[in-house]
Ligand binder design. Structure first.
Ligand SMILES: [Zn+2]
Length: 228
């Protein structure tokens, strides 16, 4: 899970990702985002101290925005990546090399595009979208071969195109049944698209009160100690 909150700190003190740092009794604890000293109340966000206003801003950025526009953007970017991936896969196949890594790269491309469109939120909807688009991209990359086969069987024109579309939708399964390696590669590609869009989880604890801390104590009080 990536840390969405804080830019790298400019001060000499490195940002602690593992646990909140209370060991220095002299320096006042500061907000990990705005770097201002914590006045009274603070929150812990995946181990980083945040002042109330930065925490509110973070939550607003995570919960705000229109879900419909995110879904729309994720679909648009995902379809674009799927088309580019299908073209790439088909062109590489034309060279005579059947590079499975390209299929996995297509899964990665589509997964990243959907993730970008969703503002990195992820979740089952975007995972399903990314897997579906990756599958369709693989279908499209196989479609020219399918069409050649359909034409050689005598179906041409609109009928030929329709048959090609229907057969292409099942082509990855057919190809996968004939070659376990292809099945494995397609599986990797779909998994790659899936795992790029796991749900973003941000753990927020608090509020904690600064005054509850024992001053200059070696051991922080229980409520301020980090769980992670
Ligand atoms: Zn702050």
């Amino acid at each position: 899970m990536t840390e969405p909150t804080a830019p790298p700190p400019s001060s000499a003190a490195p940002l602690q990702f593992e646990h909140a740092e209370f060991s220095d009794p002299v320096a006042a604890p500061q907000c990990a985002v705005c770097k201002k000293a914590i006045a009274e109340t603070y929150f812990e966000v995946t181990g980083n101290l945040l002042c109330p206003s930065c925490r509110a801003e973070l939550l607003a950025s995570l919960e705000g925005g229109s879900a419909a526009s995110r879904a729309f953007r994720a679909t648009g970017l995902g379809v674009g990546a799927a088309i580019a991936g299908a073209v790439l896969y088909y062109v590489v196949n034309l060279t005579g090399y059947n590079l499975g890594i390209i299929a996995v790269a297509v899964g990665w491309m589509v997964g990243m595009a959907v993730r970008r469109g969703s503002d990195g939120r992820g979740g089952w909807f975007y995972q399903t979208l990314a897997v579906l688009l990756t599958y369709l991209s693989i279908c499209a990359s196989l479609a020219p071969d399918v069409y050649a086969g359909v034409v050689s069987e005598g179906a041409q024109g609109v009928l030929g195109v329709l048959v090609t579309i229907v057969v292409s939708l099942g082509a990855p399964v057919i190809v996968g049944m004939e070659g376990p390696l292809s099945l494995l590669i397609y599986g990797f590609a779909l998994f790659e698209a899936w795992r790029r869009n796991k749900r973003l989880e941000v753990k927020v604890d608090g509020p904690f009160r600064l005054s509850a801390r024992a001053p200059a104590s070696a051991s922080p009080p229980a409520e301020a100690s980090s769980v992670g």
